[in-house]
Design a protein around this ligand. Structure first.
Ligand SMILES: [Zn+2]
Length: 630
């Protein structure tokens, strides 16, 4: 489809100009505007793919070959193709955009059958961006007029001087019905372009009027710095519109993606690996001026999934390098609700999410005014993990002096702990929650476990199988290995001797094997009496974090048996585990025997054959044991 489009469009922009655009464009520069890129070795770069959601970077850029390619979703091409896909541009618009960056004057050729045009047909996006650029200049010039005094006073009252207003392109929409509309029409923008771009709207009479009037204006830029919309603050008491008015949804302004300040903040966000999410235009300005250059804000909408996708790519938020996301919300009820909602979104970040609440419930702009730049930096530095904030908020609603209050608080708080995506942190939070509630660990553990059942584990949909729900497992073999480890951790008195008799080598999954080794290091399951002390001992014996996390998980995951486990259940589980391991060894052995020549290497052949026979015998015995002696 792409090649076809090139063929069709090439009749409109001269081929040699398109070639020049390709030659003069650095694909790494173009892509870096949207995606933070790191070295991938061999002169190549990598980042998080903008075309699919991922946690490890599989999006590759080769500056030498001037192409990009994603191993995750298969999207690839040159810089023209990248802009087409990333910004939903047509071929011609994409070439125009790159030509403008590279300072290339494009020449257009008329195709034989079309009528000559007065001016080159620019793409829609280019036209709308140009109209917005003209509108920014218009509003800026208006800010110095007598009528704009309330706008200048508003900025001054919030601690923004003229330089700050200039840096953010602040302006004023004057008192008049169609001043901007007429200005832009004179510059050659069409009726349709002004309506489509959200700058003007049709009045009842049919003529066009300005969308924004008598308001302080903030231009809203996309990540590459193009102005795509405006935020407008009410200034006059007799203005009966909302306090803030934004550009409506247009082909270039999608409020679910837009982050105010991202164009200025993106380099620092990438460099520091953190982003501060604030609530308004003035908060972004206050933070940047107070030397918190990583601040951004949503524009007239709640922080959502698309904003997360944009930020993750700038943060390079991946398994290799987790980013830090700091939300600043008002401490009041609305802010707390927003924080809890953000906690739901938290799961979409690999990195850690924090909340920074000013003790006096002041937003960053008020805080800077009242206490200066240092107080703003301090607010961000005093951030608290979002989950701690959310838990405290939930618990505080209940009277912990009563049993009912404690139980209800536990019931409400448990789902939050069950949602912590960092599995290795869950046991820690179970302990903390139990401490905060003044309860034993076990009931809290159970409540968290119950709350966690039936919800996706590792982002995968929960398995739909009858009986008690358990986190997804990869294979029957992995399942039986987990079950064996659960028995050792939860029922060491019952399972100890049989569990200890099976070696770590019989566990296929490396993390499972590591936990098996840790159980031995902790003195073996046979000698253990169980309980939190035993779990703790095994955790401490783990060689790495992954194994530690798994111990925490398996210590609370229910066994796959209805009712109490008995010796037969242990025997069956251990036999199934060994049977998997033995059949694997049989398979390897058979393949090896096939490669040995029975004539020239007779001795080796018969040794292997003997080994095979004894393994097969062992496997038969294990299969009987696995069937429970039935
Ligand atoms: Zn991809």
């Amino acid at each position: 489809m792409y090649a076809e489009e090139v063929a069709v469009m090439a009749g409109r922009i001269r081929d040699e100009d398109i070639a020049l655009v390709r030659e003069r464009t650095s694909i790494a520069d173009v892509i870096s505007e949207v995606v933070t890129l790191k070295s991938a070795g061999g002169g190549n770069l990598k980042g998080l793919c903008p075309f699919h959601d991922e946690k490890s970077p599989s999006f590759n850029v080769s500056p030498a070959r001037n192409v990009f390619y994603c191993f995750g979703c298969g999207v690839g091409g040159d810089a023209i193709k990248f802009l087409m896909d990333a910004e939903h541009l047509g071929f011609i618009e994409s070439v125009e955009s790159l030509a403008a960056r590279a300072g290339i004057q494009l020449r257009y050729v008329e195709d034989d059958r079309s009528t000559p045009r007065a001016r080159p047909q620019q793409g829609q996006r280019q036209r709308l961006v140009a109209a917005h650029a003209a509108a920014v200049e218009f509003y800026r010039a208006q800010l110095t007029t007598a009528g704009a005094r309330p706008a200048r006073e508003f900025l001054a009252r919030r601690g923004f001087d003229r330089a700050a207003a200039e840096r953010y392109g602040c302006g004023f929409a004057p008192d008049g019905w169609d001043l901007l509309t007429r200005h832009l029409r004179q510059q050659g923008f069409s009726h349709d372009e002004l309506v489509t771009g959200g700058l003007s709207r049709p009045a009842r009479s049919g003529s066009l009027i300005d969308r924004f009037r008598r308001r302080l204006m903030w231009p809203i830029r996309d990540i590459t710095g193009d102005v795509i919309g405006f935020g407008a603050r009410k200034l006059f008491d007799d203005d009966d519109g909302p306090k803030y008015l934004n550009t409506p949804e247009t082909p270039i302004y999608k409020k679910s993606h837009v982050l105010y300040g991202i164009d200025q903040a993106k380099r620092e966000i990438a460099k520091q690996g953190k982003v501060v999410v604030v609530e308004g235009y003035t908060d972004v300005m206050a933070c940047h001026l107070a030397d918190v250059p990583t601040a951004v804000a949503t524009c007239g909408t709640a922080f959502g999934g698309d904003h997360i996708s944009v930020l993750r790519r700038v943060l390079f938020d991946s398994d290799e390098r987790a980013g830090e996301i700091i939300f600043t919300f008002d401490g009041d009820a609305a802010g707390q609700k927003a924080a809890l909602r953000a906690f739901e979104d938290d799961q979409r970040f690999v990195g850690r999410t924090f909340i920074a609440v000013s003790p006096d419930n002041m937003d960053p702009c008020d805080l800077r005014l009242a206490k200066g730049d240092l107080a703003v930096r301090d607010l961000v530095a005093r951030r608290e993990p979002l989950v701690d904030f959310a838990l405290r908020h939930v618990i505080n609603r209940f009277d912990l002096d009563t049993v009912d209050g404690r139980v209800e608080a536990m019931r409400r708080a448990a789902p939050l702990v069950a949602k912590i995506k960092d599995r290795e942190k869950r046991p820690e939070y179970v302990r903390k929650l139990a401490g905060d509630l003044g309860m034993e660990i076990e009931p809290v553990q159970r409540a968290v476990l119950t709350a966690g059942n039936g919800q996706p584990a590792n982002g995968r949909p929960a398995p739909t199988r009858p009986g008690p729900a358990t986190p997804a497992v990869d294979s029957p073999r992995s399942m039986v290995e987990r079950e064996a480890l659960k028995l050792a951790l939860q029922e060491p008195v019952l399972a100890g001797p049989m569990f200890d008799a099976v070696e770590a080598a019989d566990y296929q999954h490396p993390v499972h094997a590591a936990v098996r080794v840790a159980v031995a290091e902790a003195g073996g399951a046979a000698g253990a009496t169980g309980g939190a002390v035993w779990i703790e001992r095994v955790r401490d014996a783990c060689a790495d974090l992954a194994a530690q996390a798994l111990v925490g998980e398996l210590a609370v995951e229910p066994l796959r048996i209805d009712g109490e486990p008995d010796p037969r259940y242990v025997s069956v589980t251990m036999a199934r585990l060994q049977w998997s391991s033995v059949t694997g060894r049989i398979r390897d052995l058979k393949s090896k025997i096939q490669r040995v020549n029975p004539v020239s290497n007779k001795d080796e052949y018969f040794a292997l054959f003997g080994e095979l026979l004894s393994l097969e015998q062992h496997a038969r015995a294990l299969r009987e044991q696995a069937a429970g002696g039935l």
